[in-house]
Every structure is written in C-alpha cells, then in structure tokens.
Design a binder for this molecule. Structure first.
Ligand code: FAD
Ligand code: NAD
Length: 465
C-alpha cells in the first residue's frame, strides 16, 4: 500500500474537478486529482461534447437530405445522401479522445498528480484508491468532492436491452428505426431532434404540459414548430408506464388517461440526472444535504471543515460551466485568496433546433420577484443576416427594471444563438443598462444585431422594425 499527502485532493476530473485542479496547480497548491473513468467527466465523454458532435452531424445530414429532396430554396440540388452512423460515432470518439489527452496534458502542465481509480473515503481528509498498481492512500489538508451525476433510472423502466440512457444513445452505431424518448427536457430534445434528422421516427413522451417546461412558452414555440416540421411526434401530459411484454413497445398513459402502446426499437430515458452521492464512505461523513444534493455555502464549503463540493453533486443548474466556475473559485480559496460566489447569472443554452438561450430572469420570473419590468423583443425575421442563412424563426428579448433600465435578463431563440451567450452574460455581469447595449456598435450583418435592436425596442425606438 502506498501513501501520499497533499494540500488539495480533488475527487472527480469532470469540468468541475479538473478546472479546480488546474487552477490550484497554477497557484502552486500541491494538488492530487483522482478519476475513476476518463478525464473530462460526463461533459467531455458522454455529455456536452459528444452530444454536440452528434447534433452537428445530424444537422449537416438533414441539410443535405433537404437539398436532395429538391426542397432547397438556395437552388442547390444533389442526389441520394446516406449516413454511416458508425463512422459518425468514430469521428465523435476522435474528438473526445483528443480532449481527454488535452485535459490530462493541462493537469500535468499545472503539476497536478493524477491518480487513476475509484476513491473511497476513510475519513473526511483521507481516501483510498484501488489503482492498477495496488491500493493508494491519499491524505489531504483540503478535499473537493466533484463526483458529478448520473442519469435517473425509472424503476418501472430500468436501463438495459432496448431501454437506454444518453450514454448509450451517444454510442449507437446503427440508427433506431423507431425511437421513443421519455422526458422532453434538455437531453430528450437535443438528442431526439438529432435522431429525427438522421432519419429515425421519433416520439417524445413528456409528463409536463409542454416540452422544455423549464422555459417559457414563447421561447419554446419555435422549437415545437420545428419538431413538427421534422415529423417528431410530441406527446405532452403523458406518462411512461413500462415496457410492453415482448420489449418492443413502450406503454404510455396519455393526457386523457388512456393507455397507448408505442412501438420502439430503442427507448431513450432522459428524465433528469441525480448526484453521485453513492461514493463509498461518503455516508459516514457529516455532510448536510439539500434534497439529494450536498449542501454548500457561497464558497462551496460543505458542513465539514476543509471539505468542499462543486458541480452537479451540489445541485441545479447542473451545467458544465457552473461546475467550472465553482472549481476555479474553490482552487483560489484553497490557495488562500478571498473569493465567494458573486455571479449575477449562469447562462443556459438548449442546443435544440432552433437553439434557446437564457441568461438572468425571464419577464415572469422578474415579476414573481416583485420587480416591475420593461420588456423589448426583436424578431429574427427583421434581421438581414438571419434572412441570408434561412434562420428567420425566433427573437431576442431584453428584460430590464422599469425604474432604472438595469438589464435583469436576456433570452433568445434562434439558429446559432448559443454564440450570443457571452454577450448576454457579460452584459448582466457588468450590470449593463439597456442604454449600454443600445449604444454599443454591433457589427453588420450579424444576428447579434438582434440584441441591440431588442434593447432599442425596450427604449421605444427600434430602428429596423
Ligand atoms: P461530471 O462531469 O459528472 O464528472 C464527475 C467525475 O467524477 C466523473 O468523471 C466520474 O468518473 C468521477 N467520479 C465519480 N465518483 C468517483 C470516485 N468515487 N472516484 C473517482 N472519480 C469519481 N452541460 C452544459 O453546460 N452544456 C451542455 O451542452 C451539456 N450537455 C449535456 C449533454 C448530456 C447528454 C449530458 C448527460 C449532460 C450534459 N451537460 C451539459 C451537463 C454536464 O455534463 C454536467 O453539468 C457536468 O459534466 C458536471 O460536471 P461535474 O464536474 O460536476 O461532474
Ligand atoms: P431535464 O430535467 O432537462 O428534463 C427531464 C424531463 O423529463 C422534464 O421535462 C420532466 O418533466 C420529464 N419527466 C420526468 N419524469 C417523467 C416521466 N416519468 N415521463 C415523462 N416525462 C418525464 O433532464 P435531462 O434532459 O435528463 O437532463 C439532465 C440535466 O443535464 C439537465 O437538467 C441539464 O442540467 C443537463 N443538460 C444540459 C444541457 C445543456 O446545457 N445544453 C444538455 C443536456 C443536459
């Protein structure tokens, strides 16, 4: 048995853990990171990156199919496209592999020691890791738990056979003819749309009254319209009940209380993710919970001295960039710097078609907080650049305090709006007023001009509508 000591031990090398370790290393903190799987965690291996690769491949294929059908208004035509899903997945795996090596390289550059294996707590400051070369004991002055999350499994629809999670969906090498998706949230809609574009017959079963219930109806409407165009069947107010005997169909209770059988080659269950709190020895520590998650304060400290938690294990929003921001902050605290969570917003993007972007408060959220707001909205149908790329569906929306025009929220729905996330977050983080956005020269012709126009609209004098 080998024993090592360090100042900072990070458990889990997902976006939270690896960013924390890199930053701590940069600051000269003696750091060890333990990872049971591959560097990069859910996000890099089976989440953000592979899903966006598949979404891109599906978009490209759908565009070409559209042209082959003779439906392209651009005057382009071609014949007989096909997709080799195994090749697509191999391309995606290549990207993941490059990024795995990239993360390991960055950790080494920051002089972080990487231990490969599953960590188990002996006590709050000591873990055991079964490595390829034997048991390793690691003692640390401070510990960061960054073990992430995993897909929720429905007890009446356990994973296995035709029932798959996003992890398996991202590695399919042949296209399911009929795909039923249970859960019309982030993953269900992102992947459901991608498979529909690749040629699967897709049905989405969503328990709430609307798909993407976390967003307001106005933002979701263009996505619903596009799902319809793609031939995706959306069943809302519907609940999955279990696998039909024979395993080739899903039993569903529809909104009117009737039971329906949906034939399926694969059933993709995407009904949320739950924190990885099942790490051996974790229950023996005195860590307060917040529901299923670890409770943290505004420095990501848990209820145990010297033990921090970051990322998905600490709750919503379960997003990679939140985990990274927490990781960076905790590294700086561990190095002795004064830091606290002082972010004004965490932008969220849903990579549907079209994409949805939200930063800060929606009009309803602001009103529920008792704030009087003014709202300005600018449609992409009035934006020249959007017209030239056939992306006229959607809009940009500004939500500002009615009394002083401070921007409280920015939302958009439209093709490629994810790239506006930086501008949205920066405006809110810098405490911008509507006038600041309106007075900024926006390059022409870009879809970003929609932000300036929405700001002008909020002030009552939009120029292009
Ligand atoms: P994770 O990334 O889950 O990493 C935790 C790591 O800890 C894992 O590598 C795991 O192997 C390791 N680990 C666990 N237990 C132990 C142990 N005992 N010992 C050692 N190691 C251990 N977010 C976005 O912001 N944008 C997106 O576009 C996006 N798309 C997504 C698409 C899909 C299909 C999925 C599933 C998720 C997506 N997410 C997205 C969410 C994002 O992946 C997570 O929010 C993010 O990965 C959380 O980071 P984390 O560091 O907390 O945990
Ligand atoms: P989600 O919370 O986004 O959506 C789950 C959906 O399933 C909800 O709409 C819910 O109403 C529905 N549902 C729950 N139980 C059901 C049932 N029995 N039958 C039918 N519908 C049911 O969860 P997800 O899509 O699994 O994603 C998990 C998390 O991963 C997200 O919350 C997000 O934090 C993260 N993620 C982010 C991105 C991104 O940032 N683009 C992409 C993918 C995942």
């Amino acid at each position: 048995m080998k024993e090592i000591s360090c100042k900072l031990l990070v458990i889990g090398a997902g976006p939270g853990g690896y960013v924390c370790a890199i930053r701590a290393g940069q600051l000269g903190v003696d750091t060890v990171i333990v990872e049971a799987g591959k560097p990069g965690g859910t996000c890099l291996n089976v989440g953000c990156i592979p899903s966006k690769a598949l979404i891109h491949a599906a978009e490209e294929y759908e565009k070409i199919r559209h042209m082959a059908d003779g439906r392209s208004p651009l005057g382009i035509s071609l014949q007989g496209p096909s997709v080799d899903l195994a090749a697509t997945i191999a391309w995606k795996d290549g990207i993941v592999g490059r990024l795995n090596s990239g993360v390991s390289g960055l950790l080494r550059k920051a002089r972080v020691k990487i231990v490969q294996g599953r960590a188990a707590f002996r006590d709050g400051k000591t873990v055991e890791v079964q490595t390829e070369t034997g048991m390793q004991v690691i003692r640390a002055e401070m510990v960061v738990i960054a073990t992430g999350s995993k897909p929720v499994e429905l007890p009446f629809l356990p994973f296995g056979g035709p029932v798959i999670s996003s992890t398996e969906a991202l590695s399919l090498t042949s296209l399911p003819k009929k795909l039923v998706v249970v859960g019309g949230g982030y993953i269900g809609l992102e992947l459901g749309t991608a498979f529909a574009k690749l040629g699967s017959e897709v049905t989405i079963v969503e328990a709430a009254a609307q798909v993407l219930p976390q967003y307001d109806g106005e933002l979701v409407r263009p996505v619903q319209k596009r799902l319809q165009q793609l031939g995706v069947r959306v069943m809302t107010g519907a609940k999955a009940k279990g696998l039909a005997s024979g395993g080739d169909a899903l039993l569903v209770e529809t909104s009117d209380g009737k039971e329906q059988k949906l034939a399926a080659d694969k059933i993709l269950v995407t009904v949320g993710r739950r924190p990885n709190t099942n790490m051996a020895g974790l229950d023996g520590l005195d860590l307060d919970r917040s529901g299923p998650f670890l409770r943290i304060d505004d420095q990501c400290r848990t209820s145990m001295r010297g033990v921090f938690a970051i990322g998905d294990i600490t709750g919503e929003p379960m997003l990679a960039h939140r985990a990274m921001a927490q990781g960076e902050m905790v590294a700086e605290i561990a190095s002795g710097l004064k830091r606290g969570w002082d972010k004004r917003c965490i932008p969220a993007v849903c990579f549907t078609d079209p994409e949805i972007l939200s930063a800060g408060l929606s009009p309803d959220e602001a009103r529920r907080n008792g704030v009087e707001v003014r709202v300005g909205q600018f449609p992409f149908s009035a934006n020249g650049r959007a017209m030239t790329v056939l992306a006229e569906d959607g809009f940009v929306r500004v939500v500002a305090r009615a009394d002083n025009n401070v921007v409280l929220g920015l939302q958009a729905v439209g093709a490629g709006v994810s790239e506006l996330a930086s501008a949205f977050a920066l405006a809110i983080e810098m405490g911008a007023r509507v006038e600041d956005i309106a007075a900024t020269v926006h390059a022409h012709p870009t879809r970003g001009e929609g932000l300036q126009e929405a700001a002008l609209k909020t002030l009552g004098h939009a120029l292009h509508i």
